[in-house]
Ligand binder design. Structure first.
Ligand SMILES: [Zn+2]
Ligand SMILES: [Zn+2]
Length: 291
């Protein structure tokens, strides 16, 4: 059922341009070199911040996937190459556990020669995504300790709602600098608090860098998934269908009954029923048996 390949001749020994200025090549380049002999290069004149920043000074263009796709298109325009890689992260409360933050990372491959787009994904609760208003530098240092400072950097600003661009201090990773900036903002604006948040840029956040690595591994796996009909790489799930029946009353639950995979070249579809290997849901998930 799973069509996998080790024949990556369409990708072998090519050059891929990575749309980043946040050192994501640290985790992406070795994996692509090892797996496909692909040389990953980073263009010098690419400013990924214009597609949006985590610190809200520049809003993101479109949704997460659209932003990754746009970055990949722009580096191809810039360099005239035919193969691009781009990644985009998003942080939000966990869909089922709202008190837990999670990090969703996408890594996208765009190939103009074969007209392919393949996307790897990782959703992780391993993140230091956090923020706090502090009244003094002692509180700032305490928060810093909680988020894995100084390996993980901080962003400091007076107030995220009324912010002026020149007052966002990013990439703070020295206790001395942190104290100075907190004191400076408290005095300058004569306010009671300053706002701290974790710096989510990949090179300032080793925890996020690891999630990007996981998403890259997922992309490599998807590249190896071939269409059973035409052999095109990137045969991937496009839809999930709910309705796994309850083990007691057989009424459909919200659990996944089937996954639908589709080829982006020939549109061939494959329905994979019982993706978790179970034909029935625990009655605990049933609206009738466990109200
Ligand atoms: Zn196909
Ligand atoms: Zn039931």
């Amino acid at each position: 059922m799973n069509h996998q390949t080790k024949d990556h001749s369409w990708l072998m020994n090519r050059t891929a341009v990575l749309a980043t200025m946040h050192q994501k090549e640290q985790v992406i380049a070795p994996l692509f070199a090892q797996e496909f002999g692909v040389k990953v290069i980073v263009p010098e004149n690419f400013n990924s911040d214009r597609f949006g920043t985590f610190t809200r000074d520049i809003p993101r263009v479109g949704n997460q996937l659209a932003a990754a796709r746009r970055k990949a298109e722009v580096v191809l325009e810039l360099t005239g190459e035919t193969l691009a890689l781009a990644s985009e992260g998003a942080f939000f409360p966990h869909p089922h556990l709202p008190f837990l933050a999670c990090d969703r990372e996408l890594v996208l491959l765009l190939d103009r020669v074969n007209n392919l787009e393949i996307v790897g994904e990782q959703l992780s609760t391993e993140t230091n995504y956090n923020h706090r208003y502090v009244k003094n530098s002692a509180e700032a240092l305490e928060f810093a300790q909680q988020i894995g400072f100084p390996e993980h950097s901080l962003v400091v600003m007076s107030d995220p709602d009324t912010n002026r661009q020149e007052e966002i201090f990013k990439g703070i990773n020295q206790p001395k600098t942190l104290i100075e900036i907190v004191d400076f903002l408290l005095q300058k604006n004569a306010q009671d608090t300053v706002y701290l948040e974790t710096d989510l840029r990949a090179m300032c956040n080793p925890t996020r860098m690891q999630v990007i690595k996981q998403a890259t591994l997922n992309l490599i796996q998807k590249i190896a998934q071939l269409c059973p009909q035409c052999g095109c790489p990137g045969f991937d799930q496009i839809e999930q269908k709910q309705g796994l029946p309850c083990a007691w009353c057989h009424f459909p639950t919200n659990l996944i009954l089937a996954e639908i995979h589709q080829c982006q070249k020939c549109q061939f579809q494959e329905t994979r029923i019982y993706p978790q290997g179970k034909k029935f849901a625990e009655p605990g998930y049933c609206l009738y048996c466990n109200p």
